[in-house]
Design a protein around this ligand. Structure first.
Ligand SMILES: *[C@@H]1O[C@H](CO)[C@@H](O)[C@H](O)[C@H]1NC(C)=O
Ligand SMILES: *[C@@H]1O[C@H](CO)[C@@H](O)[C@H](O)[C@H]1NC(C)=O
Ligand SMILES: *[C@@H]1O[C@H](CO)[C@@H](O)[C@H](O)[C@H]1NC(C)=O
Ligand SMILES: *[C@@H]1O[C@H](CO)[C@@H](O)[C@H](O)[C@H]1NC(C)=O
Ligand SMILES: *[C@@H]1O[C@H](CO)[C@@H](O)[C@H](O)[C@H]1NC(C)=O
Ligand SMILES: *[C@@H]1O[C@H](CO)[C@@H](O)[C@H](O)[C@H]1NC(C)=O
Ligand SMILES: *[C@@H]1O[C@H](CO)[C@@H](O)[C@H](O)[C@H]1NC(C)=O
Ligand SMILES: *[C@@H]1O[C@H](CO)[C@@H](O)[C@H](O)[C@H]1NC(C)=O
Length: 809
């Protein structure tokens, strides 16, 4: 029995005993159309017409009924959508389930050689399987959706090989997030070996699961399966078919396995707490190992968000596809190459970031020296670019990815090779460069002019707003002043689209200046006088600091009482965006995380000791560690920093400022701060980097009150490596992890005297574990002590909020 939503409502509440079980079946002479749906017996799954995102097209699909976010697990008419669902019908005709479009033409069918039989019905089962069968008593189905998966492999489903029909079950990615049509990536089973492989365009494999081990029940190249013992994968082999299937040891968990539009396979599980899908594991781990994942003329760098971008002078072939997360259509030239003699093309050197991979068309290694390599590329119109690496000339020719020559430039040991590539561009581009150059020159002289204006402006400003920046202060500043109008146009009037985030004292925007320079623009709120002080503090402080692990101040601006700071732009945002995100954490392997810990150590050491001043940051946290294009960490947000002269401990402070979760106990409770309170915050950040968990994320946890107490517990129980983020299982160096964990615990010890200095930390990072001291019990291990912490902190904001209120002392 098919019910519309309103009918369902009626049956549900007026005659509840009747309808529920019936709505899972579509019988002969019934049809499904409009907003009618089938719902499985227990209400797990629902089937009907759906419309993905903003797409105008409708498809018949199956999705989770209990999950608000529409997550489709199977689609019937992937390639043949309909636009009017009320005149389209899904029904049983001649023993097959058939979809008729608006003009009653068959556009999708189960396509079995069965005949019209009374009692034939279609039922949606509770595991998400749609079954066509001869009546409810028939043992084997005529057809079932589990034999024809689309992009999702559900628990109980199968992925394998039918020995009679010689057909395979293949998972194929969607074309993009709003088009369930057959994408370019697919996963299938290798019939001769018990393993899976992912292919590009059903022809080029780029990832294999490794052999199946019947004893351990894992694939050799998916070690993550070992870490998560909730999945019971098994291999079935009988006279009819051989296939893999899996079940969940905890059936109440909602989990699915998909091939994503990015070309990765992913195991996801639903979290009721966060109302989102969490990534359990993904393969290939490195997005850039997906063949042609960024398409032709795309550059892949898995540490960037998104991982794909176009080479200079190229743009996405389809911007809408890129916006929908599908990059495989690649990039095209912004201006078509003119091969005529009138305008000979020229070459433009492009430098590619370390760790990038270019998916390039066919390359021919040619026995030519560099001038000949260049000139012969010029002569052939089809040559798009050349490289000259280790004295070998490569021409990069066709714009088609499908050929047998390797098209991926490797990374890792070869990364240093891949620094320069000469791209052919039209000659008029040269003119553009001249214009650009002229622009830069005039921009520069404009800057000089502006700066002189600024001095005048400042003098006036000073008389009106004494105390913001004194003449003395301005003299000491050797960073450029930016006119407000210029900043405003660079950020498109501080548009929401350009907003990067919210800093301690105001929003941060991305500014793109006409010369192409990108900067992060921090706008300090004009309301608080407090902000003025912090502004001055920050400008004066950072202008004097020069270290590769500290954010660089590039300029500043002023408008009435509003202060603006311009920093170098960090394309990868902040550390917390990576380590606490179940998807992005995959991109930070252990080696990178260790480098980040080293970088933060060096930056903090410079603040405490090596710069001309002795500076206490006071608000070190994961969100204040920014990451540049190469994932180098840079400490930011000096609004709360304090210069201490001579003394190590400053007790003259009147306000407790900082962020809950990172504040040392003596500071949070008594307002005493010292370089050792920064060391405490550093220890918390280190533990967060290792575990991928927030120190404050333990609200509901019964065993541990904070990450610190959790880590301490594991340390005492002698199972320290349990702290490790599962995403690091493959890449971790357990000695280094252990060393960092001990250092983290030493830094969060209760007594500031016991904590090492940053010099000490740097030394320990190179020491044997045996030589490290034993950490004592850290602060905040028991719940009792924290009563005096601010109670107004909203749980969801807990880690972002910087406390700036007066604290009575
Ligand atoms: C379906 O309709 C046909 C003709 O309209 C009728 O003969 C048959 O009995 C019907 N079957 C059922 C199950 O209602
Ligand atoms: C129905 O499908 C047929 C075959 O694909 C097509 O020719 C026809 O235009 C479709 N009807 C409508 C109204 O789209
Ligand atoms: C149904 O099967 C026939 C031959 O077996 C094939 O030609 C046809 O394309 C199939 N149709 C669908 C919708 O799969
Ligand atoms: C299905 O089987 C049950 C008992 O096993 C029987 O009572 C019922 O009549 C059967 N239904 C059909 C349609 O054969
Ligand atoms: C995929 O392969 C088919 C032929 O096998 C070819 O026609 C098509 O162009 C290829 N797709 C891409 C994106 O290269
Ligand atoms: C795993 O699944 C197989 C096949 O479904 C089953 O035989 C086996 O008992 C399951 N193992 C566990 C530990 O549940
Ligand atoms: C294989 O197929 C035949 C015919 O469909 C069926 O009778 C038999 O039970 C199947 N064997 C298994 C193990 O499913
Ligand atoms: C793409 O490559 C595969 C395998 O290398 C080949 O079978 C297929 O014919 C190629 N397609 C085109 C259009 O070149």
């Amino acid at each position: 029995m098919i019910l519309t939503v309103s009918q369902l409502f009626l049956y549900f509440f007026i005659i509840p005993s009747f309808s529920y079980g019936a709505a899972d079946t579509l019988s002969l002479n019934q049809s499904l159309s409009g907003d009618q749906t089938l719902v499985s017996l227990d209400g797990n799954f629902e089937m009907g017409f759906f419309k993905p995102g903003k797409s105008p097209s409708y498809y018949i699909g199956i999705w989770y009924k209990k999950i608000q976010t529409r997550s489709v697990v199977w689609v019937a008419n992937r390639e043949t959508p309909v636009s009017d669902i009320f005149s389209s019908n899904l029904k049983i005709i001649d023993g097959n389930l058939v979809l008729l479009n608006e003009s009653k033409t068959e556009i999708w069918s189960t396509n079995m050689s069965s005949s019209a039989t009374p009692g034939t019905e279609v039922v949606l089962l509770d595991d998400g399987n749609l079954v066509l069968r001869y009546g409810s008593n028939s043992s084997s189905p005529i057809w079932q959706s589990f034999d024809h998966p689309t992009h999702t492999f559900l628990p109980g489903g199968k992925l394998g090989y039918n020995k009679h029909t010689n057909t395979k079950q293949v998972l194929t990615s969607w074309r993009n997030k709003e088009d369930p049509g057959m994408g370019v990536f697919s996963l299938e089973v290798d019939a001769s070996y018990k393993q899976y492989y992912i292919q590009w365009n059903r022809s080029r494999p780029y990832w294999k699961s490794g052999d199946w081990n019947d004893q351990t029940h894992i694939f050799s190249l998916i070690p993550e399966m070992r870490l998560n013992n909730n999945y019971n994968f098994s291999y079935v082999d009988n006279e009819n078919e051989s296939y893999f299937t899996y079940s969940l040891h905890t059936p109440s968990i909602i989990s699915r396995f998909i091939i994503d539009v990015s070309g990765q396979i992913q195991q996801l599980s639903w979290s009721d707490n966060t109302d989102q899908w969490n990534l359990v594991w993904a393969q290939p781990q490195d997005l850039c190992q997906v063949y042609g994942g960024c398409g032709t003329f795309g550059v892949c760098n898995q540490h960037m968000l998104p991982a794909c971008k176009c080479l200079p002078d190229f743009k996405p072939r389809s911007q809408s596809e890129w916006d929908l997360g599908s990059f495989s259509s690649g990039c095209v030239r912004k201006t078509v190459l003119d091969c005529s003699d009138k305008q000979k093309p020229v070459f433009r050197v492009s430098y590619v970031e370390k760790g990038s991979i270019l998916a390039f068309p066919e390359n021919e290694a040619l026995p030519l020296d560099e001038p000949a390599c260049r000139s012969s590329c010029l002569d052939y119109c089809i040559c798009n670019a050349y490289t000259f690496i280790s004295n070998i000339c490569h021409h990069w020719n066709l714009e088609n990815l499908n050929n047998t020559a390797p098209v991926l430039y490797s990374y890792g040991p070869y990364a240093s090779y891949l620094d320069k590539i000469y791209i052919k561009v039209s000659d008029h581009h040269k003119i553009n460069t001249k214009v650009l150059l002229a622009g830069i020159v005039s921009g520069f002289s404009g800057l000089v002019f502006l700066c002189s204006i600024a001095v005048i402006f400042y003098k006036r400003m000073k008389s009106r707003d004494r105390g913001v920046l004194s003449e003395e202060d301005i003299k000491g500043l050797d960073i450029p002043f930016f006119e407000f109008k210029r900043i405003s146009s660079a950020t498109e009037n501080f548009s929401l689209a350009n907003k990067l985030g919210q800093g301690g004292f105001g929003p941060v925007y991305k500014g793109t200046f006409p010369e192409g320079a990108e900067m992060a623009v921090k706008r300090l709120s004009s309301h608080s006088r407090q902000g003025l002080k912090e502004f001055k503090n920050e400008v004066l402080l950072i202008a004097k600091l020069q270290h590769r692990n500290l954010i660089k101040l590039l300029g500043y601006g002023l408008k009435n009482n509003e202060m603006i700071l311009l920093y170098e732009y960090m394309p990868n945002k902040s550390l917390d965006c990576f380590i606490f995100d179940r998807t992005f954490c995959m991109r930070l392997d252990w080696a990178l995380r260790f480098d980040i810990i080293m970088g933060i150590t060096r930056g903090l050491l410079y603040l405490h000791q090596d710069s001309r001043l002795k500076i206490i940051h006071r608000d070190l946290k994961a969100s204040n560690v920014l990451l540049d294009g190469d994932m180098n960490p840079k400490i930011s947000d000096f609004g709360l920093a304090k210069i201490v002269k001579g003394r190590d401990i400053d007790s003259s402070l009147t306000r407790v400022v900082g962020t809950f979760g990172y504040m040392a106990p003596e500071y949070a409770l008594n307002g005493l701060f010292s370089i050792k309170s920064d060391v405490f915050s550093f220890g918390v950040v280190v533990l967060e980097i290792i575990s991928g968990k927030r120190n404050t994320g333990f609200y509901d946890n019964k065993e541990a009150f904070s990450l610190i107490s959790y880590a301490w517990g594991l340390w005492k129980e002698k199972k320290p490596l349990d702290l490790l983020d599962p995403a690091l299982a493959e890449s971790c160096n357990s000695i280094e992890v252990l060393r960092c964990m001990i250092i983290g615990l030493l830094c969060v010890q209760e007594d500031p005297q016991d904590r090492p200095t940053m010099t000490g930390v740097l030394g320990m990072l190179g020491m044997d574990i045996e030589s490290l001291p034993d950490p004592k019990e850290p602060a905040f291990v028991s719940r009792k002590r924290v009563h005096s912490s601010p109670t107004y902190v909203n749980e969801s904001e807990i880690n972002q909020l910087t406390i700036t209120e007066e604290h009575g002392r």
